[in-house]
Design a protein around this ligand. Structure first.
Ligand code: SF4
Length: 350
């Protein structure tokens, strides 16, 4: 184990990427970076991180922001509950911790949107507390190097990996240790075609020796991706279009969109045209066009979306719950990436 750690740290010091959040011990900034990086690649996440901490340089500024501002900054990153939880937790820190970021693992874990992994990452990096942060990268490295074939998503597997990770943690510099593990998994011991031949650990790596690199780590369940069919209605009256706000416990909560009709199965063009027009009350609407089908892949679902474009001459016919928006103002609204792609298709500059 000693050899593993010494070699890993040497590798880390020689290969680590120069990332903005590695230059700080500010728990607020580490928190933001960890949340952004939960489901986002570093290359994309870095720009978002810079913009976020520029606009909200501390907890207080984030706590007093309007939710739409926070979501707007998050636009394109997906998993918007991350942004909503950041905002909520910032308010908690102001109200319950006098604006001071909590400094124990247990207290950090209580904040909304923070699980074991993120709490351990913040506690170790910002406060030098010896908690191992175990993300997908770490599971992969441990499973391959130590030859553990228990499923990483099973209770027994999680327990075993947590025990091993706790034994390995560097007590004086747990933040460096956690970052080294994650960086090694992200750059060297990657999921497909890892760099085994150039790997400084290959002499003692179980998976490399037994030719099991492609089989480890093991996963118990593979989630099925469900398909959904979205039909957006774009009503236009001169420069004015209409948005609705997404509510309920679904993807993209509190983001804005063209009024949406979701169908349980795919509709042909004929079926779309024959359907009674939603969002409109007995008034005239002139059909303009139907966009081609756009495929949008999320982690556990595939969305097939089309935009039905209509012109109206009388705004009294439109459902009162919809929000009239001048096209030049659409950039002020946080919208899902899928809708932005339709804006591009319509050649609207946002
Ligand atoms: S030898 Fe290959 S599988 Fe083993 S730790 Fe190195 S990169 Fe990972």
């Amino acid at each position: 184990m000693h050899d593993f750690s010494t070699t890993l740290y040497r590798w880390y010091h020689q290969n680590k990427r120069d990332l903005p959040w590695r230059k700080t011990k500010d728990p607020y900034k580490i928190w933001i970076s960890e949340i952004i990086l939960q489901q986002t690649r570093v290359a994309q996440g870095t720009d978002y991180y810079r913009r976020f901490v520029k606009k909200f340089p501390n907890i207080r500024q984030l706590a007093v922001a309007r939710e739409n501002e926070v979501l707007k900054l998050w636009q394109g990153l997906g998993y918007y509950s991350r942004a909503r939880n950041l905002h909520f937790a910032a308010k908690t820190i102001i109200n319950e911790y006098h604006g001071e970021f909590p400094a124990t693992y247990e207290e950090i874990l209580k904040l909304k949107g923070i699980g074991n992994y993120t709490a351990a990452a913040i506690a170790s990096i910002a406060f030098s507390l010896p908690f191992p942060a175990i993300d997908g990268n770490v599971y992969r490295v441990l499973s391959r190097y130590f030859g553990i074939d228990l499923p990483i998503d099973s209770t027994s597997g999680k327990k075993e990996f947590a025990k091993l990770a706790a034994e390995l943690i560097h007590l004086e510099d747990p933040g460096m240790h956690n970052q080294a593990m994650m960086e090694f998994g992200a750059l060297q011991c990657v999921p497909k075609n890892p760099g085994c031949l150039s790997c400084p650990l290959h002499d003692s790596c179980f998976a490399f020796e037994k030719q099991l690199v492609d089989y480890l780590p093991v996963k118990e369940k593979k989630k099925k991706q469900g398909e959904r069919f979205f039909y957006y209605y774009l009503f236009e009256k001169g420069p004015v279009i209409y948005f609705e706000k997404r509510i309920g416990n679904d993807i993209w909560k509190n983001l804005y969109q063209f009024p949406l009709s979701e169908e349980p199965h795919e509709l042909s063009e004929k079926e779309i045209l024959r359907k009674k027009l939603p969002f409109i009350e007995n008034g005239p609407a002139t059909f303009v066009s139907i966009s081609t089908k756009r495929k949008h892949v999320l982690t556990h679902q595939i969305i097939w979306a089309r935009v039905i474009r209509l012109e109206i001459s009388d705004d009294t016919v439109i459902n009162k719950a919809l929000i009239p928006v001048n096209k030049k103002d659409i950039s002020k609204f946080a919208v899902p990436r899928l809708l932005e792609l339709f804006f591009d298709e319509l050649k609207w500059n946002t």
